[in-house]
Ligand binder design. Structure first.
Ligand SMILES: C[S@@+](CC[C@H](N)C(=O)[O-])C[C@H]1O[C@@H](n2cnc3c(N)ncnc32)[C@H](O)[C@@H]1O
Length: 187
């Protein structure tokens, strides 16, 4: 059996924290796979707020989520989620990098990603989960990965529990392979 992809691990973690009627944020909707997954978990009585800066991503996700009234798409940078999301949430998901089958020069960048991560932790309910899939392998990806690692390292262990899924530091593939960082808000 092949190793699970980090996006699958992200889904496993999210599943434990989201139930029908819940509220989640997809900070990078892209092709809409994660938005659909979140919408399925919260059901018609819940809510998913999705953000992306590319009209193409919003259009693809809108098409995929037709018939999901719980999905609210925002053609905006995720750094504005604090202003647009009306209440605390159980889950915030980020899938960084570029839009697959899209313009690979449009990537998430540290300045807005870090602002969005600050907004995301502020939105989390107690017991809520932040998951971030990080891609260090593309141009600009390694710089963003370093900044995101540092941001997670600054979270206080008294309030957040942080885990990392990916190759160990000593593995050369660490520099190329996607990995996942997650933080649960404990208090
Ligand atoms: C790897 S893709 C996301 C994949 C997506 N989660 C899925 O399930 O298909 C990354 C996305 O982040 C978007 N993005 C880049 N900068 C952004 C920003 N400041 N705010 C929101 N989305 C951004 C890109 O446009 C791209 O669609």
């Amino acid at each position: 059996m092949p190793l699970p992809r980090v996006t699958e691990i992200a889904h496993l973690l999210v599943k434990r924290c989201l139930a029908p009627g819940g509220h989640a944020v997809d900070a990078t909707v892209g092709n809409g796979h994660d938005t659909c997954f979140l919408a399925g978990l919260v059901g018609p009585g819940g809510r998913v707020d999705g953000f992306d800066i590319q009209p193409e991503a919003i259009a693809r996700t809108r098409e995929k989520t037709t018939g999901f009234p719980q999905v609210h798409l925002h053609h905006l940078g995720h750094e504005l989620m604090g202003e647009r999301v009306p209440e605390p949430v159980e889950v915030v998901m980020f899938n960084l990098g570029y839009l697959p089958s899209g313009d690979k020069s449009v990537i998430t960048v540290p300045s807005s990603t870090l602002t969005a991560l600050d907004a995301a932790v502020a939105l989390l309910k107690e017991g809520g989960l932040l998951v971030v899939v990080v891609y260090p392998g593309h141009d600009g990806g390694a710089e963003e990965a370093t900044e995101v690692d540092r941001w997670f390292a600054r979270l206080s262990p008294e309030t957040h529990r942080v885990v990392h899924f990916g190759p160990p530091e000593t593995d050369d593939r660490k520099r190329e392979s996607p990995y996942l960082l997650a933080a649960w808000r404990e208090r």
